[in-house]
Ligand binder design. Structure first.
Ligand SMILES: [Zn+2]
Length: 114
């Protein structure tokens, strides 16, 4: 998901996000940002305590901190899975079944070609 889509999904204006340093953020930087003092950093989308932070590079406002709670992080996680080589997978299963001398019935959802 690119930054523009991410901001749109979270209904965020990058001008409202805290400016981030130009350098890469280390794990120590992130831990310090999310640390307990002076208090939990709020999620920029919903206000719950943030559980993750990262720097995003916005088109018009430069580098900004994106502090998200668990739910907002999961809601924006890229869930694309690698494509499954279905034909190759089915061929392996057929070969294994044949080698084992068993008959198997393979159900695919959705069916191949659907
Ligand atoms: Zn949130």
């Amino acid at each position: 998901m690119d930054v523009t889509d991410l901001l749109r999904l979270l209904a965020l204006d990058p001008a409202d996000l805290k400016p981030a340093p130009q350098r890469s953020a280390s794990q120590e930087d992130s831990a310090a940002r999310l640390g307990p003092t002076p208090g939990p950093v709020p999620c920029v989308a919903c206000g719950d305590p943030a559980r993750s932070t990262r720097i995003i590079d916005t088109p018009d406002h430069g580098r900004r901190w994106l502090d998200l709670c668990r739910d907002c992080l999961l809601a924006t996680a890229d869930r694309r899975r690698p494509t499954v080589p279905l034909a190759a997978t089915l061929a392996v299963l057929r070969d294994a079944a044949e080698e084992a001398g068993v008959t198997v019935r393979i159900l695919v959802d959705p069916p191949p070609g659907a």
